[in-house]
Design a protein around this ligand. Sequence first.
Ligand SMILES: [Zn+2]
Length: 314
Amino acid sequence: MKNNIEEISLTVSIDTECDHDPNWIRSNPLTFNSIVDGLPNRLQPAFDSVGAVPTYLLTVEVLEDDACVESLKNMPGNYEYGTHLHAAFIEPQKKFHKYDGVDSPDFQCSYEPDVEYQKLSNLTNLFEEKLGYRPTSFRAGRYGASINSINSLEKLGYKVDTSVTPYIKWKEPNATVDFRKAPEQPYFPSRNKLIEPASESGGRILEVPVTVKPRLLKRTPIWFRPWFASVPQMQDIFRYQMRKHADKIKVNINMMFHSMEVIEKASPYPQSRADVDRYIDDMHRTLEWCAGEGVKFCGLSDVRDMYSTSKRSN
Ligand SMILES: [Zn+2]
């Protein structure tokens, strides 16, 4: 097949949260090692050394913590900050006032649309109050976004959402999100359905799905993500996306993970410092290899601009 690809963007989207425990419960007492140590000392130097531009998607508890905000404001390097919502932790209908040792139970899309809008608005205002500007990129906690979420984000001035995980259906007691038929590559969602591309882009928020590759005979895809995939597997996922979308002018590769994954025992993944070192090394080697493949590293919001400036974007 003819290869039409002229531009490959590579984004790294990171849910940036308080430390958790190996069962994905918030740490007790609540700690923020991934913010004050993980980002400035482990992640950002690795990104800077290959020229990658990560997007750190910040949660409520991180923005409410003064030491975190101070550390985030002073971090050198090239990156973007956006937001990430765990809906139970912000008004209206806030469920937890102390976050230590609690789980994040629900999808934001299980709330009434106006309640969800207010939660997103409060998170956005909190970000602006702490960092001095409006965020323009977002991911829903537990990927629990619907078209209401997207329409709310658009009203709030966001450029990019990255809640969609193709081939996966997520369930919680009050809601289900079904991304099994979602596009693999960036698209402007229609007004009524998140997984359906709009017929025209006209100023819409851009959906940038998490990069995965479906697996034969398996219910779930493999993620372009350290720990979930080895370096050769991530290279294979990259090549799969290039083959599958060779008819497009622009292709995006979107690595995702959580800030807590680079702190031992703060997530279900690396449990020792050696695990963390291997994790960061795998990530670094993969990004370095992608640089050799000619990718353009950029923040999530830049992807919207890339897709808006060309009519031939898909
Ligand atoms: Zn999260």
